[in-house]
Design a protein around this ligand. Structure first.
Ligand code: ADP
Length: 224
């Protein structure tokens, strides 16, 4: 679905990622780890066409990202749900409207309005549907961001530090939701520096753990 071949990237003259190869196969579950500043977010951005590799090839659903038009990228992005680290919302819209924004932007609507109720119930935010983003807690914002990422029924979910600002119980709750998505057949990649989260997941799902260090991607061993 998403494949990187010998990909390098740098923001300036110094390379940040070098010769990275990665294949996000359908239904796979990956963790991406590494210290802060290692390049996890950058790698995620390469995976959804936000950044274009300086060297190497990125293929999004069989198309070379470097040869894609803006429209091609926009179409590919509809198949990739991204949970951003900072999960920003439009404060003048309520939670349900924010979650539905990707549909609004692409000129679509839910075939059945009850789907929004189901989605909000799934992330445990039914009672907050009418709330404005500033009224939400950190955990509620993260779950709303996850709901927004899946509203378009993407095939791939890329979550960047989805448990960054929440306590352990909420981290497990978010992890459970992501594992459920994977069980439904979605391809999932989670960037996190939380090794406890990875251990908790590995007990329940077959996940591949990749670590970025010194600009390179390594498969982490079993000794997590
Ligand atoms: P991580 O997600 O692992 O913390 P990032 O991919 O966010 O790492 O960042 C990797 C490095 O690239 C950091 O040193 C960061 O400061 C730098 N960086 C990230 N975004 C930009 C940018 N837009 N311009 C210049 N440098 C950037």
């Amino acid at each position: 679905m998403i494949e990187l071949e010998q990909v390098s990237y740098g923001y300036g003259a110094t390379p940040l990622l070098s010769e990275i190869s990665l294949n996000l196969a359908p239904g796979s579950f990956h963790f991406l780890t590494g210290p802060s500043g290692a390049g996890k977010t950058t790698l995620m951005k390469l995976c959804y066409g936000e950044l274009i590799a300086t060297r190497g090839q990125v293929s999004l659903f069989g198309q070379q990202a470097s040869a894609m038009t803006r429209d091609d990228v926009a179409l590919a992005r509809q198949r990739i749900g991204v949970v951003h680290q900072d999960c920003q919302f439009l404060d003048h819209l309520n939670l349900a409207e924010n979650v539905g924004l990707p549909l609004t932007v692409s000129g679509r609507s839910l075939s059945d309005p009850a789907e929004m109720d189901d989605l909000l119930a799934w992330v445990g935010l039914s009672a907050q549907a009418g709330a404005r983003p500033p009224e939400l807690s950190g955990g509620e914002r993260q779950r709303a961001a996850l709901a927004r990422a899946v509203i378009m029924s993407p095939e791939v979910i890329l979550a960047d530090e989805p448990t960054g600002n929440v306590d352990w119980d909420m981290s497990l709750r978010l992890l459970k939701l992501l594992m459920e998505l994977n069980r439904m057949g979605k391809t999932v990649m989670i960037a996190t520096h939380d090794m406890n989260l990875i251990r908790a997941a590995k007990a329940q799902v077959q996940a591949r753990v990749l670590r970025i260090s010194n600009g390179q991607l390594h498969q982490a061993g079993v000794d997590l």
